[in-house]
Design a binder for this molecule. Sequence first.
Ligand code: NI
Length: 176
Amino acid sequence: MTVRRVLKMGEPLLEQVAAPVERFDAELQALVRDMDDTMRSLNGAGIAAPQIGVSLRVVIFEVADNPRYPHVSPVPYTVLVNPQLTPLGSEQAEGWEGCLSVPGLRGLVPRYTRLRYRGSGLHGEPIDRTVEGFHARVVQHEVDHLDGILYPRRIQDLRNFGFEDVLGARMTPMPD
Ligand code: NI
């Protein structure tokens, strides 16, 4: 079990465009194990490799009986390598998000409500899913990390950005 340090907003690596994965080898498996351990230790809904200091296009996510998100439908545990997102339609919805790299804060972020995502799993197997709602939001948040984008840049009105412990009833918690 290796819980790695999570980089915080302001560290340059989080703003880089991450490189594609070329080999589905033991090194990738070790990276994903560390991402798993780190995400679970912090009760995150997802994490991207750059958040533990590795600038590669790998994200993982899962929402299953997470005490921080009691109101959302489960999202299956997924390892997604070299993802490609295709929004389905132009409809967007706003939802509250948090991020392990922006601890203690939450912001209201618009995201596409439906999308298709493709990529590879841990062993190179193809993944091709059409999803909506919270699942779609989590994927967009995590894949943004691979392009050097943290959610505060997506907030349209910065009055909807603040500390979790004082926002209280204004927000329904959304993913880290
Ligand atoms: Ni994040």
